[in-house]
Design a protein around this ligand. Sequence first.
Ligand code: FHN
Length: 486
Amino acid sequence: MKTYSIFFYLLFLMAMQVEVQAQNKENSRGRVTIPLEHGSDHPGRRTDDAMDHWRSHGLGQFIHWGMYSIPGGEWNNKTYTGASEWIRSWKDMPNADYDNLYKQFNPKGFDARQWARMAKEMGAGYMVFTTKHHDGFCMWPSKYTDYTVANTPYKKDIVKQVVDAYTAEGIDVHLYFSVMDWNQGGWLYQYPKTDEERAKWEGFKQFTRNQIFELLENYPQIKGLWFDGTWDNSWVSECEFAHELEREIRTKHPDIIIGSRFRPDEFGNRQYDANGDLIGDYDQSWERDIPTSIEQLNGNDWDCGMTIAENGWGYTKNPTSYVKTPYELISMISECNSMGGNFVLNFGPDGNGAMPPREVHIAAEIGRWMKTNGTAIRGVDPVTDIRKQGWGFMTKKGDKLYLHVYNKPLNNVLRIEFGRKTYVPGVVKMLGGMPLQVTDAGRNKRNSRLFNIHLPEGAGANGPFVIEMQLIDNTGENDAYQQAHT
Ligand code: FHN
């Protein structure tokens, strides 16, 4: 009797397994996955030209500009220590005060062409501009709300000026859009429960859809939409609506690039679906953060939006937190690109449209570095077949390897290690400088080939530098070398 039960139980388990296998499929990484209606639309990276172009930028500029730029983190002689663009949520600033700021918005110092030139000089290939942050204020004359630039003393369309000026400089524009909107009564944090809430929420969804299409209609030359404010339960419960909306956006603008923040899957997962596949075209979860290894990215495209101050994105009159140095930011550009990510540095102009001098200085210093070394940032690939080395980061383009040096050895001899049967160095030179002498430094216990690059005396005097090394294929090396057994 007991034997029969075990037999039938095993039979049952086998039948269940066949059933599960019939339902499941393998995803791009060969894992068994569950079927999802609102999961990733294209497991694996997009391979079209528009995405290749985005990937090639290496460096971008983010701009947060809105009504929060007027108080700049201060109100009634008090300082808000949170992110300045969130000042409306601070108890010391009444909502009514904030919501009336637009009546004084008249940025006489705003010149989009000047911003675009600054970004160009910095070496940015694309920019992301806040059309509407969480406060709901529209920097374009939206016909779906009165809370827009058209009703300020300034009146003119700011988004248009930004899109035109940057496009004229050859810089791609992506538009930031916050779904969460503190100005619209219909916005809810929780999924609606009552009929009244449901009606409001449905109205808000249509409003959001209308505004997104209005942006696409008004500024067809944009290359991407950068969504934000999508973390609350209300939106996270809208997988079907958001997915359909994304499909509609892509139908209207087939090349458009949309990150992983826009829509959830049916289990409420954001950024990555229940199968671990990326939702959207690139991973937007590395905000103010950099992965410690390329493996963490699972082969996905990604960007790193970074603040200059510790936290805030909007203009801050007197930053109370640490402000990053150009050196630190340049190092982040190298680090992100060494793992295939775009680094997007944020700027926060003041209420009059002027870039804070400390940020102008940072852009200029980055630009100075990019002029000499930009070729090691733009259009490069991450390096996955050469062991990480202690002096800095590596990127590569074709047969050129770029060594981004941040820790210069005190003896002026930079050591590079190539795994067994991979590469040996060809011509080696400093970017923007002279050829460098390279000598063979034997092998280590792993049978890796070691080479010494002899640096000139003043290397590094002006900050981090990049060495360009031609890679010569060494896979066919006759490997008769025998080390002592250990
Ligand atoms: O809350 C916002 C924040 O103010 C800023 O806009 C950043 C930019 O990526 N996004 C949100 C936080 O993730």
